[in-house]
Design a protein around this ligand. Structure first.
Ligand code: AMP
Length: 127
């Protein structure tokens, strides 16, 4: 089934300035802001400004300018957080939930950056 973007999702409202956010970095195509319910000392969400539902949707439909901007902004956010292992940081984990099995809560593509403590194994075994 083709993706259908819900313009009433919470990140769309953030992008329209209808609700506040704690911005880390903003560019023409990308916004990075702190997660409202942090799961680690550093928990930042990086989102494209375009209407993409999941990571695969973004990769398939976004323009090259949007994709390059997203990737570069992601890297700059990691640098700003001081978590890059190649620059003396202690590392980070990236998560992008997509759809029901991944329990995606907000249907606007977002990349979580989690850092600031040992994060344990990649997945908890739930069944
Ligand atoms: P996911 O389950 O991958 O869709 O994650 C959605 C994330 O968005 C969760 O970690 C929420 O805490 C976060 N979130 C929901 N509403 C807001 C908000 N208004 N500002 C910042 N983060 C939010």
């Amino acid at each position: 089934m083709p993706y259908s973007y819900d313009p009433q999702n919470i990140f769309a409202k953030i992008l329209r300035g209808e609700i506040p956010n704690d911005t880390v970095l903003e560019t023409a195509y990308t916004l990075a802001f702190r997660d409202i319910r942090p799961q680690a000392p550093q928990h930042v969400l990086v989102i494209p400004k375009g209407p993409y539902v999941t990571h695969d949707h973004f990769c398939a439909k976004a323009s090259e300018a949007e994709i390059v901007d997203f990737a570069r902004t992601f890297g700059r956010v990691c640098e700003l957080l001081g978590v890059c292992p190649g620059e003396g940081g202690n590392g980070f984990r990236t998560i992008a939930n997509a759809g029901a099995d991944a329990v995606q809560e907000v249907p606007h593509f977002h990349m979580h950056i989690l850092a600031g403590r040992p994060l344990g194994p990649m997945l908890m075994r739930a069944g």
